[in-house]
Design a protein around this ligand. Structure first.
Ligand SMILES: NC(=[NH2+])NCCC[C@H](N)C(=O)O
Length: 338
């Protein structure tokens, strides 16, 4: 069975392996042992913290294959971004250059550096190991975060965003970054990405072009990737769009990948999930159902094939599933078909 749970101290070796596997362009898991250990510490203390408003908490989940005990994926939620250092985006908007007397009309796109998502909740760090990109594993990793947000709403902001990985090749070179590198930065994309991943972001304020950029003055290759995702990221953005996330013109400042956004109350899983009373029994059926307990430090989520009736007040789980979710007969479980 695949079970999602908060990361623990003894997951360090597994997290390091995932940081190796995820490679460049995966900003939030940089290959830096001290930082990875800090991420675990920070997550453990975030789950333990009593709080009624979003702050600098970071909740890091892992997906465990209970048969082997192996950790095969990660996903995370930052409660609120940009509260202790600036959080940047480029916003894509339009200006009209027109002259009635000369009969010229041109609509031009511009990119403006901004901090508009300051305070938003961010979904991040979604990674699933190669052999496990099947069944409902990706959905579980991603959607279990919405169940968690629903159950602990006061810990999160009203606006939820996700920065999608932009276009780059297997050597880590990004057409958008190339243009920036040539004119402003003189360092390669993996280096710049790594520095932001370890929290050294001062160089952004120092070196990033701060005036709006006319898109038609960028290289053709750079223009072509604005708002486009990396091939590997396609399933992730599709999933978020199906949850109700939309692209509102905000792109990453380095690779121009899109950021998508939703209000908590409009997220499909959050709207559709319902609470049921747990009954233990013979659980069989063919609806794949996302299940989560309502706990904090002992949060558990999984996907199981069940017979599911949305109007019922109780849901039959096998003993094995109930145990994995740390639930007993009579407890409450949140559920929604995936
Ligand atoms: N792909 C990147 N590393 N982009 C730079 C980080 C951008 C992010 N929004 C921040 O301000 O932290």
């Amino acid at each position: 069975m695949m079970i999602l749970r908060p990361i623990q101290q003894n997951d360090y070796a597994a997290l390091l392996k995932i940081a190796h596997e995820s490679g460049h362009g995966f900003t939030s898991l940089p290959l830096n042992e001290e930082l990875l250990q800090k991420k675990i510490d920070h997550s453990v203390s975030s789950f333990a913290k009593q709080t009624s408003q979003p702050g600098d908490e970071g909740y890091l989940f892992v997906l465990e294959d209970t048969e082997t005990g192996e950790v095969v994926g990660t996903s995370a939620i930052e409660a609120a971004v940009g509260l202790d250092d600036a959080f940047y985006h480029y916003h894509l908007s339009k200006v009209i250059h027109s002259s009635r007397t000369l009969d010229v009309y041109k609509a031009v796109d511009i990119l403006t550096l901004c901090n508009d998502y300051t305070g938003a909740t961010e979904l991040c760090t979604l990674f699933l190991k190669d052999g496990y990109r099947k069944n409902c594993n990706g959905k579980l990793l991603s959607k279990a975060r919405f169940m968690f947000i629903k159950q602990h709403e006061q810990r999160f902001a009203q606006t939820v965003i996700a920065e999608m990985r932009g276009v780059s090749d297997e050597n880590g070179s990004s057409p958008f970054w190339q243009w920036l590198e040539e004119h402003f930065f003189s360092m390669d994309f993996p280096t710049a990405d790594y520095l932001t991943g370890i929290g050294q972001k001062v160089f952004i304020a120092e070196l990033m072009p701060k005036y709006p950029i006319y898109v038609n003055l960028l290289s053709k290759d750079a223009q072509a990737v604005i708002g486009k995702v990396h091939d590997n990221t396609r399933p992730a953005i599709e999933l978020l769009k199906n949850e109700g996330f939309t692209f509102n013109g905000y792109v990453d400042i380095f690779d121009a990948g899109p950021t998508v956004e939703a209000k908590v109350d409009n997220i499909a899983t959050i709207r559709n999930a319902k609470d049921f009373k747990v009954e233990i029994g013979e659980a069989s059926g063919d609806t794949m159902v996302l299940l989560a307990n309502g706990k904090l430090e002992d949060y558990r989520a999984t996907v199981a094939a069940l017979s599911f009736d949305e109007r019922a007040s109780s849901l039959i789980l096998s003993q094995q599933i109930a145990d994995a979710l740390q639930l007993q007969s009579g407890d409450t479980v949140s559920a929604t078909p995936v």
